[in-house]
Design a protein around this ligand. Structure first.
Ligand code: NAD
Length: 336
C-alpha cells in the first residue's frame, strides 16, 4: 500500500499550501490518530542555528518536546524551559511518534536514523519522521525505505529562509513523501513556516532545495563581486546597495542579506559573519548540486564554479563564518 501511495504522490505534481489555505484532514487512519493527539510530544533532533528557533516555535504552539543533540550545550536552553532531554535518537523515538530532524549533512542524518542508537532502533509503527536537513536526495530515499520497513513514514522537508525566517516562523518547506501524509506533516511544519509546498515523492523536496541553494550561492557571489567593485570605484556601499535594490541587479542577497558589513542591520555581515548559514554548509549543498548535475548529465557552469569558490573559502579559514563572508574573501584578494 505504501508503495502505491508513493506513486500517487509522485504523479500529483506541485501542491502549494499557505496559512490561508489549510486543506482538509488526510484520510489515512494513522494520520487521523496522530492529528487528534496533536499536543502529544514531538521529537526534535539537531538544535543548531536552525533547529533551535524551529523547536522554539513548536513550543510556542503548545507542543511538548523530546530533545536530543550530540552537543549537550545545545539542549540546555530547552531543559531549562522544562522540555525533556534524552541521551540518543532511539530514546526520542521511544517517547514521540512525530520526530523532526535538523542536521548538517547526509552522514549525520544516517547516524541519527540508522546508527547504533538511531531512531530506527525504537521507532513506533505509524510514526511520522520528517527530515528538514539538506542532504543528498538519494540518502532521503534510502532512509525512507528503511523507515517504511519499520511500519513508519519518512518525509524530506528541507527549508529555505535562513535563521531570520526560522525565528519568525516564516520558513519555506519543500516536502517530498507520500501525499496522503502531507496534511499530517503540515500540522507541524505550519508552526515553523509560512509556506509548505508538496513537491512529489521522497527526495523531491531535497531536489528543490538543492536547486534553490545553487542559485543562492551564485547570486551571493555576484552581489559580493558587484559591491566590492563599486566600493573600489569609490561608491558608498549603502548608496550602491540602495541603487542595486531599485534596479535590475536586485536579489535576496542584495536586499535581505547584504554581504557588506554596515549596509544592513541584523544580518551576519554586520556581526563579523557569525551565525547564519555556514560556508561549510553552502559548500556541502553545492557538492550535492554537483553530484546531482553529474548523475543527470546537466551543465551547471556557474554552479560548479561556485562550488570551487566555497571549497576554497573553507580551506582558507572561512568555514565557520556565514556564507556571505564571500565579500570579505574577495576584499582580501587583489588581481592584476
Ligand atoms: P548547525 O551546524 O548550526 O546545527 C546542526 C546541529 O545538529 C548541531 O547542534 C549539531 O550538534 C547537531 N548534530 C550533528 N550531528 C548530530 C547527530 N548525529 N545527532 C544529533 N545532533 C546532531 O546547522 P544549521 O545551520 O542548523 O543547519 C542544519 C541544516 O539546515 C543543514 O542541513 C543546513 O544545510 C540546512 N539549512 C541551514 C540554513 C541556515 O541558514 N543555517 C538555512 C536553510 C537550511
Amino acid at each position: 500500500m505504501a508503495a502505491s501511495l508513493r506513486l500517487r504522490g509522485a504523479a500529483s505534481g506541485l501542491r502549494y499550501w499557505s496559512r490561508r489555505q489549510r486543506p482538509a484532514v488526510a484520510s489515512l487512519a494513522v494520520v487521523c490518530s496522530r492529528s487528534m493527539a496533536s499536543k502529544t510530544p514531538v521529537g526534535f533532533i539537531g538544535l543548531g542555528n536552525m533547529g533551535n528557533p524551529m523547536a522554539k516555535n513548536l513550543m510556542k504552539h503548545g507542543y511538548p518536546l523530546i530533545i536530543y543533540d550530540v552537543f549537550p550545550d545545545a539542549c540546555k536552553e530547552f531543559q531549562d524551559a522544562g522540555e525533556q532531554v534524552v541521551s540518543c535518537p532511539a530514546d526520542v523515538a521511544e517517547k514521540a511518534d512525530r520526530i523532526i530532524t535538523m542536521l548538517p549533512t547526509s552522514i549525520n542524518a544516517i547516524e541519527a536514523y540508522s546508527g547504533a542508537n538511531g531512531i530506527l532502533k525504537k521507532v513506533k509503527k505509524g510514526s511520522l519522521l520528517i527530515d528538514s536537513s539538506t542532504i543528498d536526495p538519494a540518502v532521503s530515499k534510502e532512509l525512507a525505505k528503511e523507515v517504511e520497513k519499520m511500519g513508519a513514514v519518512f518525509m524530506d522537508a528541507p527549508v529555505s529562509g535562513g535563521v531570520g525566517a526560522a525565528r519568525s516562523g516564516n520558513l519555506t518547506f519543500m516536502v517530498g513523501g507520500v501525499e496522503d501524509e502531507f496534511s499530517a506533516a503540515q500540522e507541524l511544519l505550519g508552526c515553523m513556516g509560512s509556506n509548505v509546498l508538496y513537491c512529489g515523492a521522497v527526495g523531491t523536496g531535497q531536489a528543490a532545495k538543492i536547486c534553490n541553494n545553487m542559485l543562492l550561492a551564485i547570486s551571493m557571489i555576484g552581489t559580493a563581486e558587484a559591491m566590492n567593485l563599486g566600493i573600489r570605484l569609490g561608491l558608498d556601499p549603502k548608496l550602491l546597495a540602495k541603487i542595486l535594490n531599485m534596479s535590475s541587479g536586485r536579489c535576496w542577497s542584495s536586499d535581505t542579506y547584504n554581504p557588506v558589513p554596515g549596509v544592513m542591520d541584523g544580518v551576519p555581515s554586520s556581526n563579523n559573519y557569525q551565525g547564519g548559514f555556514g560556508t561549510t554548509l553552502m559548500a556541502k549543498d553545492l557538492g550535492l548540486a554537483q553530484d546531482s548535475a553529474t548523475s543527470t548529465k546537466t551543465p551547471i557552469l556557474l554552479g560548479s564554479q561556485a562550488h570551487q569558490i566555497y571549497r576554497m573559502m573553507c580551506a582558507k579559514g572561512y568555514s565557520k563564518k556565514d556564507f556571505s563572508s564571500i565579500f570579505q574573501f574577495l576584499r582580501e584578494e587583489e588581481t592584476f
